[in-house]
Design a binder for this molecule. Structure first.
Ligand SMILES: Nc1nc2c(ncn2[C@@H]2O[C@H](COP(=O)(O)OP(=O)(O)OP(=O)(O)O)[C@@H](O)[C@H]2O)c(=O)[nH]1
Ligand SMILES: [Zn+2]
Length: 189
């Protein structure tokens, strides 16, 4: 068992005891270690490296029109409350000589989502990562998500959504490019 996992499990034990629960009762016996493993999974992005994850899946291509990958599911944890926020991520780019393997967009989303985050920073980090691995003329990322810290506690709003966008290169410079992307992701909903 890794030291980190044992340490994390110890902290979960303290939290559960702190709630007035008995960590030795049958239902809770294995909970600290389970919770530690779950949290380790949900934050595994800290251990990942962009280069390893892309694994050279960048292919030469003459494609120079917009490519959009829409509706990538996203599960992250807000850095203020350590509660989940859940939504979808849409990514577009304008290739110039190279395209990126399709699955790598989802892997990039997960790598940054599986950390303690705020939605704005997550959006920017995904856009910058796609730009750096593709050398694209432009990259656009939109995330729409619901935050459990707004729903289960606090203001308890069940229907509000946060939408964030990050436009780089041509998407930032050209209103037409930006509009084409926003139109593409608003269709087929
Ligand atoms: N901008 C932004 N804010 C976030 C995100 N996730 C959580 N928050 C907000 O972070 C803020 C933290 O505010 P605080 O007043 O320090 O914490 P709090 O007393 O728990 O706030 P309430 O949620 O209003 O009860 C809240 O307004 C949350 O809604 C995020 O991804 N982006
Ligand atoms: Zn929060």
């Amino acid at each position: 068992m890794s030291k980190t996992l044992d340490d994390l499990a110890g902290h979960y034990s303290a939290i559960i005891n702190g709630l007035g629960e008995d960590t030795s009762r049958a239902g809770l016996e294995d909970t600290p270690m389970r919770a530690a493993k779950a949290m380790q999974f949900l934050t595994q992005g800290y251990q990942q490296d962009l280069g390893d994850l892309v694994n050279n899946a960048v292919f030469e291509s003459a494609m120079d029109e917009m490519v959009v990958v829409q509706d990538i599911e996203l599960y992250s944890m807000c850095e203020h409350h350590v509660l989940p926020f859940i939504g979808k991520c849409h990514i577009a780019y304008l290739p110039q000589g190279h395209v990126l393997g399709l699955s790598k967009f989802a892997r990039i989303v997960d790598m940054y989502a599986r950390r303690l985050q705020i939605q704005e920073n997550l959006t920017r980090q995904i856009a910058e990562a796609v730009e750096s691995v593709t050398n694209a003329k432009g990259v656009a990322v939109v995330i729409e998500a619901q935050h459990m810290c707004m729903m289960m506690r606090g203001v308890e709003k069940q229907n509000s959504k946060m939408k964030t966008s990050m436009m780089l290169g041509q998407f930032r410079k050209s209103q037409a490019t930006r509009s084409e992307f926003l139109n593409l992701i608003s269709n087929n909903r």
